[in-house]
Write a new protein. Structure first.
Length: 667
């Protein structure tokens, strides 16, 4: 027992450090787990020569992974994307299996494997990494783009396809192990038919009976208001149904998937996802450690050229299949190729399907080592390929280059006459409301949006909106970012907004950026990225609710306005500070109240003709809200020279403003 605990503690300790390093390098954590497995395995340091315990924990990890997929299963989402999921997704899996199996069968004289082994390889290599790709697409804000939707559709079908594949693969391995000659095909058909019949029977029973029991039971448990009791029930359902399917001759994972599906139709699915994710992520990490342990680097190094050929053949097949099928489903050439570049890698389910507990000794160790190494390398290079996918597509797809050029031309044509305009990123309801207010004030704007239908209809109605990705530098330049007065991001998506902010800061470091956010949790990350101001919608909604509640409670309107203004002063830099009026006595009672004051540079001032930095305003705690010159706003930079009659709107405390005034008036 002590040796088992020592092994697990050692694996977890090393995993913490390696995963932290992977995160710092912006690589998926599963890469770190694979590295730990390779290093600790019997073929390297030999720290874990007996992996029975970790193999068992890894199998439990697969159970929780399948359970979480079942919980996330949504018939509504499936119906909404049925063409991409059931059409493109199914075609990708079937065609990849056929292509990989066909290539393997053609090489039978070299490896001598039975045909069942070739089909198993095709099944495993048809999978892509849902965890890796979905995370990258979400972080980059590309889930709803022209290439993002087919990527999501394919991954959704792959997740569903794992269920029948986990029935088919063991059946193929079992037939190959015990059958030979003409009886093999008959026995395989019988084995598959029996396994599928069992799976369908269990699924029907679970759906018919389970649907009527799971919802009421979880409701009863939830009423006890015990997180411990709720978690115990989740574990019981997951492991209990896995135990049932295993004793029926099916896989543990199938039962876990069914348990997740039952819960997905209840109102508890989101709570369940949150509760189960820590178990899933940790145990899946152990699964990938065991995958790494099976990798023998000495075999891989001895056959490096063969490994390279295997990797190139696999990547070429996967890329050609996905890009070609996407074109058949009327997806433009550029996004089709980009979808292939996002999905060419192997996936976590590929490792699951090649697990020894499923395939036994169907694949020779030498072949298995090369395949596993190729799968690991394909996952390692994925983040780098995705980061460079735009440039690759532009080089390889001429139509994409022309489309992008036309897109930039349209944006530039829209913005060519605009000067001192505002750039709106996102033309949903919030963006359209902002545009309406700008029109009423006769302020020019250029709006960028990635929804082709919305941009087409809005442009036809005379709105200044064009299709374009605001996170691209060329798009921002075409929109006239160097002539703009400010930029507003109107959608509450931190990852996408961060990409836009970083692109803007590279081109226009001083441009004010206003960002919409959901709540306070986004304030610091977005400001650190370079946002000038962040407006959390939850706070604004609560302020409006409070305003109405206070007014209905009989609080005078001027006091309500003051209260709301005090809250905003503490949260928004741009709104901090007011020009003091006769009714602003409350400012005297607020410690370090921030105020605005307009100061005109006298002709005799010693500051006239000198740069703003000479004032030393930062040291005083004063900043310049606005600089007006000859009645017009003038951009402010560190090297801006102050001229006589310049009007400076300064923001700071009363004491700091008094010191700034004495500096400016000094003659």
């Amino acid at each position: 027992m002590e040796s088992i605990l020592s092994l697990i503690v050692a694996l977890l300790a090393v995993s913490v450090g390696v995963v932290m390093a992977a995160r710092a390098a912006k690589l998926p954590p599963l890469i770190g787990y694979l590295v730990v497995g390779v290093a600790f395995g019997p073929h390297a340091l030999g720290v874990a020569p007996d992996t029975d315990v970790t193999l068992w924990l890894a199998e439990i990890g697969v159970v929780f992974l399948m359970f979480s997929i079942g919980v996330e299963f949504s018939l509504a989402r499936l119906r909404a994307m049925k063409t991409l999921v059931l059409g493109l997704g199914s075609a990708q899996v079937l065609l990849t299996i056929a292509a990989v199996s066909g290539l393997s069968l053609a090489l039978t004289p070299f490896h001598g494997m039975p045909w069942q082994a070739s089909v198993v390889l095709g099944c495993a290599l048809s999978m892509s990494s849902t965890a890796m790709v979905m995370r990258m697409a979400s972080d980059r804000g590309e889930l709803e783009t022209a290439h993002g939707r087919p990527v999501v559709g394919v991954l959704l079908f792959q997740d569903l396809a794992v269920v029948p594949l986990m029935i088919i693969v063991p059946a193929l391995a079992g037939v190959a192990a015990v059958s030979s000659g003409g009886s093999a095909d008959v026995e395989m058909a019988q084995t598959l038919a029996l396994a599928l019949a069992k799976a369908v029977l269990v699924l029907v029973i679970m759906v018919v009976v389970g649907q009527r029991l799971v919802g009421p039971w979880l409701t009863l448990v939830a009423r006890r208001k015990s997180q411990e009791l709720f978690s115990l029930n989740l574990l019981l359902m997951t492991l209990g149904l896995a135990w049932v399917t295993e004793h029926l001759g099916l896989s543990l994972a199938l039962g876990a998937f069914m348990a997740g599906m039952l819960i997905s139709e209840t109102e508890f699915r989101y709570q369940v996802e949150a509760d189960i994710r820590p178990y899933r992520d940790v145990l899946m990490g152990l699964f990938f450690i065991t995958v790494g342990m099976r990798l023998n680097l000495s075999v891989v190094m001895e056959q490096g050229w063969i490994l390279l050929a295997v990797l190139l053949a696999y990547v070429a097949i996967k890329l050609a299949v996905i890009a070609g099928l996407a074109r058949l489903f009327s997806i433009p050439p550029g996004p089709s190729l980009k979808a292939g570049l996002w999905l060419f890698q192997a996936g976590e389910f590929g490792f699951v399907l090649l697990d020894p507990s499923l395939i036994g000794g169907l694949l020779p160790d030498q072949v298995l080592q090369l395949v596993l190494a190729g799968m690991v390398i394909s996952m390692l290079i994925t983040p780098f390929v995705v980061d460079r996918s735009d440039g690759l597509v532009m080089r390889l797809a001429r139509s994409e280059f022309l489309r992008r050029s036309l897109e930039i031309h349209r944006i530039a044509s829209q913005a060519v006459s605009a000067d001192k305009h505002l750039i709106i990123c996102g033309y949903g309801r919030c963006g359209q409301n902002l545009a309406q207010l700008l029109d009423q004030e006769h302020i020019d704007y250029v709006a960028l949006d990635l929804d082709p239908q919305r941009t087409r209809e809005a442009a036809a109605a005379g709105h200044s909106v064009v299709f374009g990705d605001a996170a691209r530098r060329e798009t921002l330049m075409a929109a006239g970012i160097h002539r703009a007065t400010s930029l507003v991001i109107t959608y509450a998506d931190r990852a996408s907004a961060t990409r836009v902010i970083l692109a803007v800061r590279q081109l226009a470091p001083q441009l004010p950026i206003i960002v919409r956010a959901r709540d306070d949790s986004d304030l610091t990350p977005l400001r650190d990225a370079g946002a000038t101001e962040v407006v959390p919608e939850v706070i604004e909604g609560s302020l409006m609710l409070a305003s109405h509640a206070l007014a209905l409670a009989g609080v005078p309107l001027h006091r309500v306005v003051r209260r709301v203004r005090e809250v905003r002063d503490t949260r928004y830099g741009l709104f901090r500070g007011v020009f003091r009026g006769s009714d602003d006595d409350y400012l005297e009672r607020v410690e370090d109240a921030i105020m605005l004051r307009t100061l005109v540079v006298p002709k005799a001032s010693i500051m006239a003709g000198r740069p703003i930095t000479d004032l030393g305003l930062t040291g005083l705690g004063v900043d310049i809200a606005t600089l007006k010159r000859a009645g017009k706003r003038h951009p402010v930079a560190e090297d801006t020279l102050l001229l006589a009659d310049d009007a400076l709107v300064l923001r700071g405390t009363a004491e700091a403003l008094a010191e700034a005034e004495s500096l400016i008036n000094a003659g």
